[in-house]
Design a protein around this ligand. Sequence first.
Ligand code: MG
Length: 159
Amino acid sequence: MLRVGLGTDMHRLVSGRELRLGGVSIASERGALGHSDADVVLHALADALLGAVGAGDIGELFPDHDPAFRGLDSAQILRRSLAELRKRDTQLVNADIVIELERPKVLPHRNAIRARIAELLECRLEQVFVKAKTAEGMGPVGEGLAIAATAIVLVDQAP
Ligand code: MG
């Protein structure tokens, strides 16, 4: 049975933090603030995968008040989501991700991000797509105060 999942995430951008997108470090004046490494791409994607199989959400599995998850590498969150799919005999069909960010440009990093996600999800590069857009100067993203991501996934659960 095909199932769909949707995930979104948004973090504040501040100076003095590393910017991580899809498990890749991106050179940037500002990075996302968060309890973990604040990787909006992996957070949105993990929530989409968990939602597709009804396995909860990352706020439940990795509470941001738990000191054990401070500075957490979000790759661990994505691996846990993949494990939840596998427990339910479910395979990823494809994932599509939109990043909203005023700067820097994401396009030069797109294939590195896709490759890292494909590695973490143990799937083919062709199953993962990533694109980015600006907010044309409007709202918290447009003013450079925030970064956001949306992920949608299609999965196939064995009968
Ligand atoms: Mg997050």
